[in-house]
Design a protein around this ligand. Structure first.
Ligand SMILES: N[C@@H](CCC(=O)N[C@@H](CS)C(=O)NCC(=O)O)C(=O)O
Ligand SMILES: [Fe+2]
Length: 308
């Protein structure tokens, strides 16, 4: 009897890159069949105290892709991050890949335009190349990506779903890049106190994520190590979150979640890079236009209370 060749398996290759200064995980997702790949949530290195930054972290992802001959066909943001600057423009400049984000980025632009007096900024999302709607599908080689709108942390959060089709076993299992919705079960969920954030909305988005099959692999955008845990983790499953997530395990009601989330949010400090991140990320990671001296400057809105 002749030996059958291995049947094909349309399954993404996923490589995570952890940025310790911002606790962010960026991902490289490749289709081994065609060599096409996406980069999700790339981080620009940035030291706010000196205003100095760099592209070492982004370069590492590109170098890795280069080693395997993967071609970056799209850069994806899960949301306008409030804790790190995006390296998407650098990836785009180096590869030509368009930058995609959830279409509700327009709402985020409308919220922050007056906050930073960004009078030249358009609020139609046109700084980005692809505005993704809930249910949109696009491909990375033979991988089909489906967009899910999962607001709550911000109005524009999206998750990216890839169905891995193991033709050999006949089993399907999904992969979901969930952005800032769920964190590891022992850490919980994302904060909802940024402008446009909402705990009730986040609960509903999370329930939608948790309606995927239990074996769905979830890839997170951040890990902060939960108390008592000494290593960073960023991959879990729907089943594990449903059983063990300290904020939203099965049985936690919407009202219970909202009360817990709002109480916790009231204790959180402003992220170190909030002001620089927002100004840059809502414009697809572009720095402000340089002044006549060739230097680009970011703004700090000043509020001094005088009635103390
Ligand atoms: N200490 C961090 C805080 C970052 C932060 O606030 N992260 C957001 C995601 S952008 C979050 O949801 N944190 C959840 C939490 O800390 O409970 C920083 O300064 O960057
Ligand atoms: Fe975030």
């Amino acid at each position: 009897m002749s030996q059958q060749p291995d049947p094909p398996s349309i399954s993404p290759v996923i490589r995570a890159f952890f940025d310790e200064p911002t606790n962010t995980i960026s991902y490289l997702v490749a289709d081994p069949a065609t060599g096409e790949a996406a980069i999700i949530d790339p981080v620009l290195d940035f030291d706010v105290a000196s205003g100095k930054g760099g592209v070492k972290s982004a370069r590492k992802i590109l170098d890795y892709a280069g080693q395997y001959g993967w071609r970056i066909v799209i850069v994806l943001e899960t949301h306008a991050h409030a804790d790190h600057l995006s390296a998407a423009p650098y990836i785009k400049a180096m590869t030509g890949a368009p930058i995609g984000i959830g279409e509700h980025i327009k709402d985020v632009q409308k919220i922050f335009r007056p906050v930073f007096a960004l009078n030249d900024m358009k609020t139609d999302g046109s700084d980005f190349d692809r505005l993704l709607r809930d249910g949109d599908k696009f491909s990375i080689g033979q991988l089909i990506v489906t967009v899910l709108h999962v607001p709550g942390h911000t109005p524009a959060d999206v998750a990216y779903n890839i169905r891995a089709n193991h033709i050999d076993s006949g089993e399907d299992s999904d992969v979901l890049f969930v952005g800032d919705t769920l964190f590891m079960p022992d850490y919980g969920t994302a904060r909802t106190d940024f402008p446009g954030g909402d705990a009730r909305t986040l609960y509903r988005s999370i329930r939608r994520v948790l309606s995927f099959p239990d074996d769905t692999r979830l890839f997170l955008c951040h890990d902060y190590k939960a108390p008592g845990r000494d290593d960073y983790r960023w991959e879990t499953t729907v089943g594990e979150e449903k059983r063990n997530n300290i904020h939203v395990h099965e049985g936690v009601s919407e009202d219970e979640f909202v009360a817990m989330r709002e109480a916790r949010d009231a204790t959180l400090v402003v992220p170190k890079l909030l002001l620089p991140s927002i100004q840059v990320n809502i414009r697809a990671g572009q720095l402000p236009v340089a002044e006549a001296n060739g230097v680009s400057y970011l703004k700090i809105p000043i509020q001094i209370e005088t009635d103390a």
